[in-house]
Design a protein around this ligand. Structure first.
Ligand code: ADP
Length: 477
């Protein structure tokens, strides 16, 4: 068993409770001890105030006894003191305070004491100081030695005082417990409220891991830290869902694309083998199978290439190269096809040094040229132009073909997207050419975009960073 709870809620509550207990107990204990000390001081001051008044009453009473009977005053006057009206109630044996006094002659013989005095009262120890406090048998006493040697002692029982402090202690324990309980409840509520988004995050992540990819974390407060985290996680979940959907679509499209040539081959071979055929018929059947096998081969090649780019396996370090030279090489590659369709391909002049992968760029340009030849029947020329700005170079491949419908333009770089499916398939297209171009451009820090005017032609633009210009060496003249 673990000593501390693993749950965040309980850990926070435990620390919060512990700190709160220490603070509340510390504060109440400090209050109790200050209050007790103050009460002692008040008690001692009271005894100090009463002491001279008791001495005065003693002197007056002794003087009266002496004046009335000078011969026998020593024995006659020994009786309780006649205290002033405001003082007397404190010294009543039945009163609340139950204060008492006792007076001794210099030899330690008791002269007088109050009826409330708790006898026996030991004669106070006499030392150099003429007045002193002492605590004895739950009584607080103050004695004072008068100049002629008489000792006057005033005392108070501590029992009522202690009872008061016991009840104060109990009250403080009650207050402390209530404050602690309320704060713990409040803390529990605040912690539960603050941790609620974490519970939502966890249940959403659990649902997503079980395949409910459309689940999202409900967010009430977007400004809080957990709100921001939930927002970020929701964005990630959205991207995951999109990627997953794309993956599913891609797999479906790929199998569909492969299924078509396979079923053509299957049905053609079945049909051809169902009876004896002439050589020409066998040839025609074999040629159809070959075309479809080639189509499947191209498709698999394209899929493998995309997979390689996606996984980063095909990553190559970019180098500096001349974009115009690469465009020229791409044109050489597609020239037989262009000649067949009597299309002229115009190139920009000069040179332009860019940073990228020349092999990939050449593949992208030839792909764009093949598309322009393939999808633009009746067009007579394809023009390549160059545009440079501070940081990048853009190569435009412009044709005067039929163009791309505006609603399709944003999809043409998607995998397996074709504007006219049947026609494109007949022309050998798999809908992966532009997707591969985009992946290749992005893998070399470049970009590819398309613009088109329906019925007037299209413009594909590939953009690459210009290579760093050589630093000018400083010359001194
Ligand atoms: P495919 O391999 O089928 O040619 P791409 O990804 O290269 O696929 O092209 C996607 C679609 O974009 C094509 O089916 C075609 O309809 C359209 N397209 C591409 N280039 C052009 C162009 N220059 N003019 C008109 N349509 C084009």
């Amino acid at each position: 068993m673990k000593l501390f709870p693993q749950s965040l809620r309980w850990t926070l509550q435990l620390w919060h409770g512990l700190l709160l207990f220490l603070v509340v107990t510390g504060l109440l204990a400090a209050f109790y001890s200050v209050e007790r000390e103050q009460a002692w001081i008040r008690l001692d001051r009271q005894l100090q105030r009463w002491s001279p008044r008791i001495s005065d009453a003693f002197h007056q009473q002794r003087a009266r006894a002496f004046n009335s009977s000078p011969d026998s005053w020593k024995t006659n006057w020994l009786q309780e003191l006649d205290l002033q009206a405001d003082l007397a109630p404190f010294f009543e044996p039945e009163g609340d305070t139950k204060a008492y006094y006792a007076i001794w002659d210099p030899r330690g013989n008791i002269l007088t004491f109050s009826a409330s005095a708790p006898f026996p009262i030991p004669f106070p120890r006499r030392d150099r100081s003429s007045s002193r406090f002492r605590t004895r048998d739950n009584h607080r006493e103050f004695h004072h030695i008068l100049p002629e040697g008489t000792t006057v002692l005033v005392g108070l029982p501590l029992a009522p005082h202690e009872t008061r402090f016991q009840s104060l202690g109990l009250k403080l324990i009650g207050i402390g417990t209530s404050v602690l309980a309320l704060s713990l409840l409040g803390g529990w509520w605040i912690i539960s409220r603050s941790l609620r988004p974490i519970a939502h995050i966890s249940s959403t992540a659990q649902a997503i891991s079980q395949g409910k990819l459309q689940e999202r974390i409900p967010i009430k407060v977007t400004e809080s830290e957990l709100g921001q985290l939930s927002q970020t996680l929701n964005d990630t979940f959205r991207q995951l869902e999109n990627a997953f959907a794309q993956q599913v679509r891609f797999t479906g499209d790929a199998s569909h694309e492969l299924r078509t040539p396979i079923s053509i081959i299957r049905s053609k071979t079945q049909l051809t083998l169902s009876r004896d055929r002439s050589v020409a018929e066998y040839r025609e059947a074999l040629e159809l199978c070959q075309r479809n096998a080639e189509r499947m081969g191209d498709l698999v090649e394209s899929l493998l290439e995309l997979a390689r780019i996606d996984s980063g396996e095909a990553r190559i370090t970019p180098t500096n190269f001349d974009l115009i030279q690469v465009a020229k090489a791409a044109r050489e590659l597609v020239l037989p096809l262009a000649n067949e369709s009597e299309i002229k391909i115009q190139l920009p002049q000069g040179s332009c040094a860019v940073l990228g992968v020349p092999g990939w760029t050449q593949q992208v340009i030839s792909n764009l040229l093949i598309n322009a030849i393939r999808y633009c029947p009746g067009s007579h020329s394809i023009t390549m132009t160059l545009e440079e700005n501070k940081a990048t170079a853009a190569l435009h491949v412009v044709d005067a073909g039929p163009g791309i419908p505006p609603e399709d333009l944003e999809h043409i770089f998607e995998r397996f997207f074709r504007v006219d499916k049947a026609r494109a398939r007949n022309q050998g297209g798999s809908g992966l050419g532009l997707a591969i171009c985009k992946a290749l451009m992005e893998a070399q820090n470049g970009a590819i975009k398309a613009k088109s005017e329906w019925g007037k032609g299209s413009q594909f633009t590939l953009r690459l960073p210009l290579c760093d210009p050589p630093r000018e060496e400083k010359t001194t003249s």
